[in-house]
Ligand binder design. Structure first.
Ligand code: C2E
Ligand code: MG
Ligand code: MG
Ligand code: MG
Length: 285
């Protein structure tokens, strides 16, 4: 009864109301069952090579189709999954599902390029003892080479990690898995720390490129991105930029030497079939 009342209460909330309005305990209660009930699904957002506009892969972004609240975004349940420990089985499911999808894209002969897949890792997953073994098993089962996978880890998850804590990531990196530092620039950036991390890609947070959406670009943003790209390249890291919303922005970032872009300008996150269509479209144009 309490549940039904809760449901009614939220149905009258306006569509834009923040999910914080959804009772935390309500979501916590149904989170464990949601995985068994198959309520999670993944949307894929293309990663585009700036030099030629080709789709090279996609980031897997998890969503929860909640029976009462509708589609919830990761910001609305990942923190909960982290604090309850469900992030480990949920993250494992995302990885398996994304690997299966990458295999399906590759099995499709009409797909012009071998697409790669990016999967986000939570701090709790980094501490999970079987992370390396399970990841290797998932890649094996899907018949993917390690470089078909990029694991995205946020700066804040790694800041302060010692060598021991970094070991699983380093092992994965040594196997050939690409490791990206997600939301780069939003945490406390001790730049010298970058040298110690087993990462191959910096994923620059979109806050740095907002000032390039329209011409003329914000000259300070241009300088900052220029500096980050030069730092990244000095350290042999490639740069991916998230949140690219306009062609003007994409042009700036290409000229500034960023390798890869992701954002609404190319495509919103969507079903896996759409990615296939996008990669075909750019191959034929
Ligand atoms: P993220 O990894 O930084 O993912 C990028 C976020 O930016 C996504 O939000 C995406 O939909 C959004 N985005 C993409 N292009 C644009 C754009 O052009 N403009 C704007 N304004 N936004 C754009 P989303 O899907 O809500 O995901 C939020 C965060 O949730 C992700 O941030 C990631 O940290 C986390 N997340 C998503 N899936 C998973 C998962 O499977 N496991 C874990 N641990 N975290 C996940
Ligand atoms: Mg990410
Ligand atoms: Mg990001
Ligand atoms: Mg971000």
């Amino acid at each position: 009864r309490a549940k039904a009342a809760g449901g009614n209460r939220y149905e009258v909330a306006d569509a834009d109301s923040d999910a914080r309005a959804i009772a935390r305990h309500d979501l916590t209660n149904c989170l464990p069952g949601a995985l068994d009930n198959g309520e999670f699904f993944i949307e894929y957002q293309p990663l585009v090579r700036l030099a030629d506009g080709t789709v090279r892969g996609a980031e897997a972004l998890v969503r929860w189709l909640h029976p009462v609240h509708g589609v919830l975004g990761p910001d609305q349940f990942i923190p909960l999954a982290e604090s309850t420990g469900l992030i480990v089985p949920l993250g494992r499911w995302v990885l398996e599902e994304a690997a299966r999808q990458a295999r399906a894209w590759r099995n499709d002969d009409s797909c012009p390029l071998p697409l790669r897949v990016n999967v986000n890792l939570s701090p709790a997953q980094l501490r999970y003892p079987s992370l390396v073994a399970e990841t290797v098993a998932v890649l094996d089962n899907a018949g993917l080479e390690p470089s078909a996978l990029c694991l995205e880890v946020t700066e804040s998850a790694l800041i302060g990690a010692d060598e021991e804590e970094l070991r699983p990531l380093r092992q994965l990196a040594d196997l050939g898995v690409d490791i990206a530092l997600d939301d780069f620039g939003t945490g406390y950036s001790n730049l010298s720390y970058l040298r110690r991390l087993p990462v191959s890609t910096l994923k620059l947070d979109r806050s740095f490129t907002r000032g390039m959406q329209c011409a003329p670009a914000d000259p300070v943003d241009v300088k900052i991105v220029e500096g980050i790209v030069s730092l990244a390249h000095t350290l042999d890291l490639s740069v991916t930029v998230e949140g690219v919303e306009t062609g003007t922005q994409a042009d700036h970032l290409r000229i500034l030497g960023c390798e890869t872009a992701q954002g609404w300008y190319y495509a919103r996150p969507g079903p896996p079939e759409r990615l296939h269509a996008l990669s075909l479209a750019d191959a034929s144009s």
